[in-house]
Design a protein around this ligand. Sequence first.
Ligand code: A2P
Length: 285
Amino acid sequence: MYLSVANHRIPLHDGNSIPIIGLGTYSEPKLTPKGTCKKSVKAAIDIGYRHIDGAYLYQNEHEVGEAIREKIAEGKLQREDIFYCGKLWATNHDPEMVRPTLERTLKVLQLDYIDLYIIEIPMAFKPGDEPHPKDENGKWIYHKSNLCATWEVECHPYFSQPKLLKFCQQHDIIMIAYSPLGTCRNPVWVNLSSPPLLKDELLNSLGEKYKKTAAQVALRFNIQRGVVVIPKSFNPERIKENFQIFDFFLTEEEMKDIEALNKNVRFVELLMWSDHPEYPFHDEY
Ligand code: A2P
């Protein structure tokens, strides 16, 4: 598959296509100044990103919508040039809640449609306005749901998912890798037992060889295997850096060496919910 800045969409079964790199937009709301998300999405679109990954839960979905609409108004692109992925949060899993929750996202974005709507986590919480409901003893309040667990997949050189990827390839399913740079390492929800991905010796030495950073090598590894990546950055230099991955090729041997880094350890392990009856990570993927 030849990928370039101008053409990096991969075809899907239904005739649609998905750009192989998207901008992630999750940033701790309390620590992120208002407007940062909007600025970052606009910068990303100028650089050439055409895929934005967001969610109502992130509390900045309105900024994503504003950025996309302003770029369309500037005549830079049309709505159909952008691929937006939104997410259904755990308190809205009941089938009758899906449509109104999606409609709320459309209203917040002020867009007519989104391109992909996914189940954010395959474990339901008590429906209501509180996204992380707890009882008076501080215990999580779970909710029963009947899920066919269609879910996106953490994937990066330390968790490269060879078995799942092979299954997806055999069945013509495109995989989207979240946390492709190894997350922001926030100890509240990230398992820090694995060392920081971007400090990895091999990724850095390959970076030196190609005059690229470890982050660019980690992203290139996945897109070269046909895996879509959604690195989050609100830093203009890094948004640009993460898109400069279409002008070098890793050799087959280098791809194998990176595959061998797999530690089979998730950064996003969500252990605080491991007693949820639908906790997904007891199962092998
Ligand atoms: P920032 O927004 O300040 O750039 P992931 O996509 O795996 O969840 O990783 C996101 C984290 O990695 C964020 O903390 C982001 O911070 C940081 N990040 C994004 N791009 C790069 C890069 N090219 N080099 C180093 N860190 C990066």
